[in-house]
Design a protein around this ligand. Sequence first.
Ligand code: NAD
Length: 691
Amino acid sequence: MTGYVLQHLGETKLELGPSGVGDGHWRTGRDGDDILWLVLDKRGTGTNTISEDVIRELDAHIAAAQKEVPKALVIRSAKQSGFAAGADITSFDAMSDVGAANLLKQGHDVLDRIEGLPCPTVCVVHGAALGAGFELALACDYRIAVDGASFAFPEVQLGLHPGLGGTFRLPALIDPTEAMTLMLTGKTAYTKHARSLGIADQIVEERHVAAAVQDAVDGKMTKQEQGLKARALGFEAARSLVARQMRSQTEQKAPKEHYPAPHALIELWEEHGDDRSDMQRGEIASFAKLLETDTSKNLRRVFFLRQKLKDAGRGEDDIAHVHVIGAGAMGSEIAAMAAIKGKRVTLSDVATDPLGCAMKQAVQICKNKHLSRIETRDALDRLMPDPQGYGIGRADLVIEAAPEKMDLKEKIYSGLKGKMKADAILASNTSSLSVDELTKYAPAKTRFAGLHFLNPVSKIDLVEVVKGDATNARTLNRLAVFCGAIGKLPATVGDYPGFVVNRALTPYLMEAMVLMEEGVTKEVIDTAALQFGMPMGPVTLADQVGLDIGLHVAESLRDNLEKPLATISAVLRKKIDDGDLGRKSGKGFYEWADGTPHPDADMVEAPQDLTDRLILPMLDACVEVLRRGVAESEDQIDGAMIFATGWAPFRGGPMHYARSRGIDDIILRLKELEKAHGPRFTPDEGWQALG
Ligand code: NAD
């Protein structure tokens, strides 16, 4: 039995035993006050999911409770990791259209019966209650949130909407527009927010759970009333008005053509929002239909790609102390992320200003990540500015994030000789220098590698762990596990110009520059990319990255790749000469003073091959890195591109897109583009092996 619940149920003087039903995913018992406790402790895993067998067992327990009604029912989790992570996504593929609806009906029936029990029902939530876990909590009369609890419906990220009653229970509980926002965006309601919305009835510390349960059972816990607005939204006309606004906002972020789920949810609510049973029937039918869409299948694929990368980062890294050299844009965020995740971090720089800025930046990141006051304090305690570099001798890992100049890095590395601990690793955050070249200056060649974080480090999950010729397997593994330990997704790749991500992204950015030189407007170019499903058009992205940085990467790739890249456009050089470097200088191709640009051009005049000119060179570069063994597999490339660049997730990644569109079709198209625009479109020889 998981220690967590034993430890915390101590006060209830309750001995919970395996239920004897099914596989025993639920621990059950009645306490001295005849309160029935159902404690979810899913077998064989550290995280609860609401799988079919969990529901089936719950069904049996609820049937027993209906026969012999307890004074109250309390549902909670035995896992340290939290309440429940939602439905079991591995089972989705097996659910056929008809089967899915039937399975969902069974789940709905159990939750309806919990709701219908004549005794008070209480759900105690610690950690996250996601998706179906949240829906189970919603079927209870009361939700007690242990400090730090959170609630969310992440189904939209899987191309779905809630399917176990969330679409009607949440809008019936809280302000319906807030409920819809949570379901449409997948955003998390953290403890206090959840309380103010009316999702949680009370926030308590773990040691006060038993008293809070008693209050709920005795009817002493007050529930928030839904306001006037909720009543108004009972009328179809009011709902239609609000639905129209929701639709246009949703369309901007998740166009219906690519992401049908949020739009299906809005339609459901608009049509049936005043009738619970219609809503329930509609939810089941719509969820079953969405399961079959390519979008949902591809987004579920993305979920598993994430899991695969995560798996590569599991284990023990033996890295307690990290020293970061260079407290600039990258070093400061790398240091903050490592400190937040429990590493002791020292941070050095030749100047003192960047160190001060780095500390401020760390506070901001803690805020953005919703860390509690205590967690923030602890993270900042672990992060030490270290202008003299005293930490170098104590660090298990030294990360160099100094400016991108070979001679500077060489100087830094020679300064490290004889100073680092015997077993310590040195890793460079370089994005465009050769790891093998850098290895020449490293104090220990087998313990040197690239560790390519992407900007902004606190938001981009992917990290490329770059293997040099001399890097040994243990170093690579420790670095991958270090990435996992600080909440990142490691992709171990070979040393190649641009590694995987920048190698693939650069032609996309460069083609945009060529197109601009040909007279196509930046808005038309960006709109084409957005319509394909990229999170940002290439011109906006170039501005965001910084035109000088982009140019530097492009030049380095051009000098080191066999395949010709587009000529670096005069438009780009002129911008840089004028000091218009992009977002950081307030102006690049776009004006950034007014906020992030949202191009939405009329595409009537757009060149007919525009989208393929932008997208296919990226796919071609992916095939090149695969052929050369720079990337391990098609899945790794897809994961890397999605988690580093946001590459159209609903298409399942560039390689998956290539396969669904047809390898032969792509080769043919590249040949046409080659004829029309030159050898930068010549299909890589690796395509043949994929056909
Ligand atoms: P930056 O210019 O923002 O920061 C570099 C910091 O290093 C500065 O604070 C500088 O004072 C300090 N520094 C200079 N010489 C030093 C020395 N001898 N010892 C210690 N500190 C020194 O640069 P950045 O953008 O953070 O880039 C750092 C590295 O990360 C580069 O290799 C770059 O290619 C790579 N990178 C950058 C990005 C990006 O988008 N900025 C993305 C990925 C990788």
